[in-house]
Design a protein around this ligand. Structure first.
Ligand code: B12
Ligand code: SF4
Length: 459
């Protein structure tokens, strides 16, 4: 036991995947925990393996360089690596996205020895990048305990315990972390009560991402009142909690004024639900007196919340990227898959968005593709409806997630061992391919959705 404030090294590991795009993806969980640690009296340093601006990486000959795209998004620098065995036969190159491993090693060597290392994880099928990061940490700091947390850790704790080599896989609620820190270090954080109350978390530690983070992530609430059978939201965040308007505004003002950020992306599962007294006053204020910023919603908005006044407010306050959660235009399925929207509701909402001033380029709709029981024709039909409404369709390939109501059906349907191997959860791999919905069908549907030749609105 050390009885002094521990220094925590936080690591955002690489993405290992066929493709990856920085669609406003910052390690939000780690940034919040870094702030809580500092507020509690601990030290916190961050190594971000997904830093797109790392000079060592960008000047290294073995790296395929990244590219900046619109509104702070972009392609990560990447290196080709052999595809893991379960992906054998898939006609795609596989990559490690992010900084060069040698850059990671140098960063580890350049920092003070930490007392504990916290590694985050996001998609379950990105675990090879997590295990590589942990292996390198072990090489440099063999005696320092490593804890793994995040979405993969929560969804696949047994697999993570076997595959990653961390000392502890953290699945506990945030309220339990102060005690865990005490048990390890003998140090009591000063803000023990704050950890379990999302509403009183400090601002995320954006400064740890370096001087020009490019864009700001915003989370105004956690959890979602819906229970769609393919989604892990209820499992990851069972309790719905929202920030009050003051806190949301503080985050935007601080990131804009102090960090020079103009592009903001919302990470909420249910941004517009029960938002009348939380998000609405913030956007009203931004619309009237600034700051002049751009908002993006890469995660789908609930279509049913898009009343005329919300559409007008989104437009007036600077929303530039809107994604709508349509999922399908088939009546039976939209009820079965959550009952949150139907086609008529969708078409009316789109009309209101156009009336408010949005352009075709700013609007997209997610369509689920390949769910158990869904034929390819249904997806093609949905693509047509979305395109005729003047909106860009985006295919969300079915990605089976452990512990969701649809999981058992997916396991039964798939000829791959989904339960033993999280790599099969990869949306690109499409493990639930079947004779009447093949991998080739999925590729063709994605092509159909991308094809913009008939993207004219028809009334
Ligand atoms: C924002 C988001 C995105 C963003 C960016 C994600 C990112 N940051 O990289 C975008 C829109 C790009 C995206 C895309 C997709 N997403 Co997404 N996304 C999310 C979402 C809504 C929030 C994630 C988040 O940042 N939460 C906020 C932070 C604060 O939470 P957190 O990271 O979990 O951290 C908390 C704890 O885990 C803990 N913690 C974190 N790290 C650590 C470390 C330690 C040591 C400790 C102690 C604790 C700890 O602390 C935090 C506080 O509680 C989740 C759903 C959800 N509710 O989590 C889905 C989710 C992660 N996405 C999912 C999916 C399926 C996708 C897509 C594949 C969808 C599709 N079919 O196209 C795509 C593909 C992504 C890709 N290939 O790039 C699935 C995961 C699937 C899987 N197998 O893992 C989720 C769970 C949603 C679902 N359907 O259920 N996504
Ligand atoms: S509405 Fe969205 S976040 Fe909520 S349960 Fe359904 S898919 Fe998940």
């Amino acid at each position: 036991m050390m009885n002094r404030p521990p220094l925590v090294l936080l690591i955002n590991p690489w993405i290992t995947d066929f493709a990856a795009f920085d669609l406003w993806a910052k390690p939000m969980g780690l940034l919040y925990f870094a702030s809580l640690l500092r507020e509690g009296g601990c030290g916190a340093v961050l190594i971000d393996c997904l830093d797109r601006r790392d000079p060592f990486t960008n000047s290294h000959p073995g790296v395929i360089s990244g590219k900046d795209k619109k509104f702070g998004t972009g392609k990560y620098p990447r290196m080709r690596i052999p595809a893991p065995a379960p992906y054998t036969g898939l006609p795609r190159h596989f990559h490690r996205h992010g900084i060069h491993p040698e850059s990671f090693r140098r960063k580890l060597l350049s920092i003070e020895k930490p007392d504990i290392v916290w590694v985050t994880s996001i998609m379950t099928y990105w675990y090879p990048g997590v295990s590589e990061a942990v292996r390198m940490v072990r090489e440099i700091f063999p005696s320092v305990p490593v804890w793994l947390g995040g979405i993969y850790a929560r969804l696949c704790p047994e697999h993570a315990a076997r595959a990653i080599g961390a000392d502890r896989v953290v699945t506990e609620e945030p309220s339990r972390i102060p005690q865990m820190i005490y048990d390890l270090s003998g140090f009591s954080v000063k803000n023990g009560a704050a950890w379990g109350d999302f509403g009183s978390w400090p601002l995320p530690a954006m400064d740890l991402l370096g001087p020009a983070p490019g864009y700001g992530p915003l989370l105004t609430g956690i959890g979602c009142p819906y229970k769609c059978p393919y989604c892990a939201s209820a499992r990851l965040q069972p309790r719905r909690q929202r920030l009050d308007s003051r806190r949301i505004l503080d985050q935007i003002a601080w990131m804009h004024d102090d960090l020079g950020i103009n592009d903001f992306a919302f990470y909420d599962d249910a941004l517009l639900l029960d938002a009348e007294s939380t998000l609405r006053p913030v956007l009203e204020r931004v619309a009237v007196s600034g700051p002049k910023v751009r908002f993006h919603v890469p995660n789908a908005l609930h279509v049913r919340a898009l009343s005329t006044d919300w559409c007008e407010l989104l437009y007036a306050s600077g929303f530039k990227t809107i994604r709508l959660g349509l999922e399908t235009t088939r009546d039976g399925h939209n009820r079965e898959w959550g009952g949150k929207v139907d086609t008529r509701m969708y078409l009316e909402a789109v009309e209101r968005l156009f009336q408010a001033g949005f352009s075709q380029e700013e609007l997209g709709a997610y369509l689920l593709s390949g769910l158990p029981g869904q034929p390819p024709e249904e997806v093609a039909e949905s693509i047509r409806v979305v395109r005729q409404s003047g909106v860009q369709p985006h295919i969300a390939e079915f990605s089976p997630i452990p512990g969701t109501p649809m999981w058992d059906k997916a396991v039964e349907l798939s000829s791959f061992d989904l339960a033993a191997e999280p790599l099969y959860h990869n949306n690109t791999f499409f493990a639930c391919r079947r004779p009447d919905f093949t991998y080739e069908d999925m590729v063709a549907l994605k092509k159909l959705a991308r094809d913009r030749t008939d993207s004219q609105r028809t009334k």
